[in-house]
Design a binder for this molecule. Sequence first.
Ligand SMILES: [Zn+2]
Ligand SMILES: [Zn+2]
Length: 285
Amino acid sequence: MRRLGVHVSVAGGIHLSVERAKELGCTAMQIFSHNPRGWAFSDITESEAVRFRKLSDELNVRPVFIHSSYLINLASPTEATREKSISLLSYELRMADLLGIDYVVLHPGKAAGQDFRTAVKRTKKALALVHETAQYKSGILIENTAGQMGDISSTMPMIADIAEGAPAGLIKGICFDTCHGYAAGYDIADDKGIRKLERELKEYLSPLKAELIHLNDAKKGFASGVDRHEHIGEGSIGIAGFRRFLSSTFLRKIPLILETPKKDDGDDKRNLGVVREILKEVKNV
Ligand SMILES: [Zn+2]
Ligand SMILES: [Zn+2]
């Protein structure tokens, strides 16, 4: 079965996220482990974790992904920010272990005025420090970014550069975001662009694979370098583009998570409906 879900809120208790996802008919989901706008975090209690694991098994909402905080910048030129980023990323991995979650999705960082080589070097060093402090069962999926100024992970070769030589088992794969990819010059609405992605994943990242797809339409045009998500079918990738992308064989079994704009649950329901329709059409359910 093709696993499909959305990013859900953990407001009111982490187990409630599973109920919210089930309500929407999700068979996979993504969460933040804490308030992603602040550096502060506190551990989820063992009893909360047990309740969460039990519920996600019972309601068959699996796999679950943690999206790590947007504040994390392993490449930061500021030492204090790098240190806080390392401890926050360690926390995300620790919570993933506690919750029985395999993958933590990460935007590794931004160069913020430094040259790329220095930014990548700092990121690699930070990853080594995360591993040095403790080892985890869960691991990181590096997400491709949209190619905005200072992005160090918008192409497969750039991600490969970060992953190369990383501590064994820490980076477990890639999360491919369709909006970011399209904005960064991967024309995934077109067969040629899909083949380019397939080729680059193999050529640069193997044995790492895409373990998750963030399915988002793009508000801005192809190669815009702008990270603005749009409802499925209403952006520049469009229904026909997603039909092509979702029929590509090499991506067929990878879980899909939507991070489309959300005013209320109605938006998620509508976007999920559109995707289910496309999956039926391309016989990938
Ligand atoms: Zn992301
Ligand atoms: Zn994403």
